[in-house]
Design a protein around this ligand. Structure first.
Ligand code: ZN
Length: 625
């Protein structure tokens, strides 16, 4: 086994430049107190701003559009100038200014960061592993964010972390004293602050797998307890990654890639970076030796995990390099508004599962099941009639990322509906060009015009790309349709569009099952706690609220398990009596049961389809007959 060299190619020419004699900023980070979940960090600047050097920590992490105020986790902070204690003032919630300096010298900040957030967005440290995003731990030095950085990732003293390794796509600081060796502690480097914070770091006794895709080494790092069949995972991921590279065109824009995966009992999450992704997954979602494969369908959980990996990998192009103009550059101190997340998250959500079927990892029938779930999800909330995906994108900071119990009644997901818009656009491009054009061409055009050039996509840039790819009358017509669709709230004509591709769209007939119009909270055992009360449903009409705990229906005890069976014995239009606790007060409600909405959709390959339809379907799903 050969060890690859973790190295980032963002601005590949810079990676090979000789280091300047004095790097602008030197960082040191040590998982010094795992028991207290504290990273010790220092940031050293030669010849700081004599007027008073300013340092600041980002308020948010790119890819996760919410103000998180990471600086609140800085527990202690002090400054030294030429080795002596030096005054430093806090300017606001995430900025500090050191006292002015009259002579040249070295200014260092020493601070502790509390790391106990087991997510992909921040930092986590205990005696089993450490993980951090640069946005949580590395203060930016005003005026020097475009200069190179060195980071010494230090092994703590003592024997506790003796066998720990380091996994990251940060470049090894070759030629620098103390340079890290592959997977080792030591000095790494980044061309600038933007690159520094775009390479999360995992440390611990993780499991390591490798595969080659499109000539590039890809690592899979698994932290936490697991029984994963790494060979199987590597083989499936290789197919997905190769398909994506081929879509945009080889070579891929990075020369190393790592899937940093934290395995837990129950969890799900991912965050994209330019040459890596940080993932959180459930142990049960990973493949195991002896798992079904080949002619059989894959377990649902494994498909979920593969879809997540595929999603984050697609972002390597779409949002890490093809970016909204609003993100070039990012302003990490406050919200960066764009109406385009339906394209960057929605299109990525469309391609994540599509890449699984197009690369042959899942069957078309399995893909249609996944797609049907997305359709059903979008149709379930009345919020889709109140908010467009463009508005949802713009308000991501305060709405989509800060969902409350009323979210399904107020919001539409730019991920899920954005994916369906991508699907509808793809199908129309294919049908309108007799299979010669597709959304793949739009993605390639965006890659060439924006990804490779680094020029941000204007707010109307996606419409322009569709106009160009479609050409003739098709392009302008679809560009107008797209603009109207992303700014509007109409449901998509999916049944009609899918019919042209030999796929039957079947909505479960309305009016059969009586329902209350609620979504139950999960994770409360048998307790019937309402998570959401849907707009216009019987529960809302009767005055039930999210948070209420239902106790009895017509005098009989209700449980999460028994509720559906009890409702199934009643008719639409029946009146029922419900007893419930609101906080600690017992309340009584009278409800008239209503018919469930026709929101459950299934999609099937049509039993019969003509040659032209089959040709279109083959072009779309790759391997169908
Ligand atoms: Zn995403």
């Amino acid at each position: 086994m050969s060890f690859p060299t973790p190295r980032c190619t963002w601005g590949a020419n810079r990676t090979h430049d000789p280091m300047p004699a004095l790097p602008a900023v030197e960082y040191r980070i040590c998982p010094a107190q795992p028991g207290a979940h504290l990273f010790e960090v220092s940031c050293t600047v030669r010849d700081p701003d004599p007027q008073g050097q300013v340092f600041r920590l980002p308020a948010w992490i790119p890819g996760s559009y919410m103000i998180r105020e990471f600086a609140r986790h800085i527990v202690t902070l002090r400054a030294e100038f030429n080795g002596e204690p030096w005054p430093i003032d806090k300017l606001d919630k995430h900025s500090w200014r050191a006292a002015p300096t009259a002579v040249k010298g070295t200014l260092s900040l020493h601070y502790e960061v509390y790391a106990w957030d087991l997510s992909v967005r921040a930092a986590h440290l205990d005696d089993s592993h450490g993980f951090f995003n640069g946005t949580s731990v590395f203060l930016a030095v005003d005026g020097r964010t475009d200069r190179p950085c060195l980071v010494d990732i230090e092994r703590p003293s003592g024997t506790a972390c003796r066998d720990w390794k380091v996994a990251t796509a940060l470049a090894l600081a070759r030629g620098v004293r103390g340079a890290a060796r592959p997977y080792g502690f030591g000095v790494y480097r980044a061309a600038d602050y933007d690159e520094l914070i775009d390479h999360p770091v995992e440390m611990g006794e993780f499991t390591l797998g490798h595969f080659e895709a499109a000539g590039v080494t890809h690592d899979i790092v698994l932290s936490g307890r697991h029984d994963c069949d790494l060979e199987r995972l590597g083989e499936d991921l290789r197919r997905v990654c190769e398909w994506q590279v081929a879509l945009f065109g080889a070579p891929p824009p990075m020369d190393y890639y790592v899937f940093l995966t934290m395995v837990v009992g129950e969890g799900y999450g991912g965050l994209e970076h330019r040459a890596s992704t940080a993932l959180l997954c459930s142990r049960a979602d990973l493949p195991w030796k002896g798992m079904a494969g080949g002619a059989e369908t894959l377990p649902e959980g494994y498909k979920t995990f593969l879809g997540l990996c595929s999603h984050e990998y697609f972002h390597t192009w779409n949002v890490k390099r093809i970016k909204p103009a609003a993100f070039t550059p990012y302003d990490l101190s406050e919200e960066n508004y764009t109406r385009l997340l339906w394209a960057f998250e929605g299109f990525t959500s469309y391609y994540d599962d599509l890449a699984l079927v197009r690369s042959g990892v899942i069957k078309p029938e399995e893909y249609l099941e996944l797609l049907a779930k997305t359709v059903s999800n979008v149709l379930r909330g009345s919020g889709r009639g109140k908010q467009s995906v463009a508005e949802s994108s713009f308000d991501a900071w305060t709405k989509f990322y800060r969902q409350d119990e009323n979210a399904p009644n107020a919001l539409v997901s730019y991920y899920a509906k954005g994916a369906l818009i991508a699907l509808a656009l793809d199908l129309q491009l294919r049908a309108g060009s007799e299979g010669r054009k597709s959304l793949d061409d739009v993605m390639r055009l965006l890659w060439q015009a924006h990804g490779q050039s680094g020029i941000g996509v204007a707010e109307d840039g996606i419409f322009a790309a569709v106009r160009e790819v479609g050409g003739g009358t098709l392009g302008p017509r679809l560009a107008r349709w797209l603009e109207k669709t992303v700014e509007g709230t109409e449901d998509l004509p999916l049944a009609r569009l899918l019919k042209g591709f030999g796929v039957d769209y079947h909505a479960e007939p309305a009016g059969k099952t009586p329902e209350l119009g609620v979504k139950l909270a999960t994770g409360n055992g048998d307790e019937v706690r309402l998570a959401t009360v849907y707009d216009g449903g019987p529960a809302q009409a009767a005055g039930l609220s999210a948070g209420d705990v239902l106790l009895a229906l017509d005098g009989l005890k209700l449980s999460a398990k028994s509720m559906d069976a009890m409702l199934a014995r009643r008719q639409v239009g029946d009146e029922v009596e419900i007893h419930a606790f609101r906080r600690d007060e017992l309340r009584q409600f009278r409800l008239t049961l209503a018919a469930a909405e026709a929101s459950k959709v299934s999609l099937k390959l049509a039993a019969r389809a003509g040659a032209a339809v089959l040709k279109l379907r083959r072009g779309w799903l790759g391997s169908t007959k």
